[in-house]
Design a binder for this molecule. Structure first.
Ligand code: DSN
Length: 420
């Protein structure tokens, strides 16, 4: 019982340390990942993992939950303050479960959902055929305009008028522009639909007020807690007071059993950190860094979808510069050079979701390491150098050496090995 992980399972420790080294020595540009703080990870790895607490504060099905109520109430109060919402359920284990809870609360099977196409930047849980959402609901998709590559809200309004969805989902996983939630509210009102904002990617930006606020306009807001928000892996559902009861019942007992109290504790820590002034500075920098990186890539001859970015990510269309190079191949070449990115479909992609013609890059992680505009320009140059010299292993070796030097200049988790 009292032995440490090092004593019990050196094999697992070894693998974990290998990934620590990867996290320290590679440049990671995956926009949905981040480095959680040591405080967040300590809460997540705490004794709070040992308690079953089915139910909600002051209404549990297990005895001994007095302190669990304290943990969950703290997380709820902080999230309400951070996002300015009436009600929060902090129990969803992941983003898909949060969306599932919202659908379960507001819809009946067969009801119509209007949401963004996956290959135009949406998410599996917004209605992919193979996902529960595509199986149980009638999905109608909007996409981006072929010329501007932006969501045409006029076209969304027409689709709403035509299909009378019961729910409109606004939100994306690969869309570099901001959402004007007031406009989406007007569309939802025009057909008496519920409006759900899935802010998983931009939650940190919203909390720091560097992206328009969905709270005044949306009935329900779902998010993960581990992306720009920089908390533990997990999710939550926020809503207007009138939906509080149906949302809570949808999460438990509708979809989940016992909440992960250690994760909820870590969410509470992340919300506290997100209220600190440094968090606003961080998110402002994330957006500025993304803009700097997109501009540098553009001046190096790569084409960002929509011409640039207003948030934490950019989507690069490889097909205009390298007709034969798929997103998958490009991502593999970059990994060999020490840079980790996502392959991603671009709107109207001729390739499949497995090969793709695009790359999705984001700045949350490199910004967490303290990098600024100048470093974004260097990273853009390293990306271009790698793609240009992709057939030459010497080029990749040279870039990898530069990445390593860079990583040492911007260290992360320096003292982690010293933790018990
Ligand atoms: N897999 C996440 C992303 O990378 O955007 C969405 O769930």
């Amino acid at each position: 019982m009292d032995r440490s992980l090092y004593e019990v399972d050196p094999e697992l420790v070894e693998i974990t340390l290998q990934d620590l080294e990867r996290q320290q020595n590679f440049l990671t540009l995956i926009p949905s990942e981040n480095y959680a703080s040591i405080a967040v990870m300590q809460a997540q790895g705490s004794i709070l993992a040992n308690k079953y607490a089915e139910g909600y504060p002051a209404a549990r099905y297990y005895n001994g939950c007095r302190f669990m109520d304290g943990v969950e109430s703290l997380a709820i109060a902080r999230a309400k303050k951070l996002f300015g919402v009436d009600h929060v359920n902090v129990q969803p284990h992941a983003g898909t479960q949060a969306n599932m809870a919202a659908y379960h609360a507001l819809l009946e099977p067969g009801d119509t959902i209007l949401s963004l196409k996956l290959d135009h930047g949406g998410h599996l849980s917004h209605g992919l055929k193979q996902n529960f959402a595509g199986r149980y609901y009638n999905i109608v998709h909007y996409g981006v305009d072929p010329d501007t590559e932006r969501i045409d809200t006029g076209a969304v309004a027409e689709l709403a008028e035509q299909h009378h969805p019961k729910l409109i989902v606004v939100g994306a996983t690969a869309y570099p522009r901001q959402f004007d939630f007031a406009e989406w509210r007007a569309i939802a009102d025009s057909v008496k639909a519920y409006l759900l904002a899935d802010i998983a990617h931009i939650a940190g930006l919203i909390a720091a007020k560097v992206h328009p606020d969905p709270a005044p306009y949306c009935d329900v807001i779902t998010t993960t807690t581990h992306k720009t928000l920089r908390g533990p892996r997990g999710a939550m559902v926020m809503c207007r007071e009138e939906f509080a009861e149906v949302i809570d019942r949808a999460v438990f007992p509708g979809l989940q059993g016992g909440p992960f109290m250690h994760s909820i504790a870590a969410k509470a820590v992340a919300f506290k950190e997100a209220m600190e002034p440094a968090f606003k500075e961080y998110q402002t920098r994330v957006v500025e860094n993304a803009r700097a990186m997109a501009e540098s890539l553009k001046s190096n001859g790569l084409r960002p979808i929509t011409g640039g970015t207003e948030n934490h990510l950019m989507l690069i269309d490889l097909s205009t510069s390298y007709e034969k190079l798929s997103g998958r191949q490009a991502a593999d070449h970059l990994e060999e050079a020490g840079i980790i990115v996502n392959k991603n479909t671009i709107p109207f992609d001729k390739r499949s979701a497995v090969t793709t013609s695009g790359l999705r890059l984001g700045t949350p992680m490199v910004t967490s390491r303290g990098m600024q505009d100048a470093e974004m320009r260097t990273i853009a140059d390293l990306i271009t150098e790698t793609l240009e010299g992709r057939r030459d292993s010497e080029v990749k070796k040279r870039v990898k050496a530069k990445v390593l030097e860079f990583s040492h200049r911007f260290p992360v988790y320096e003292n982690l090995r010293l933790l018990p």
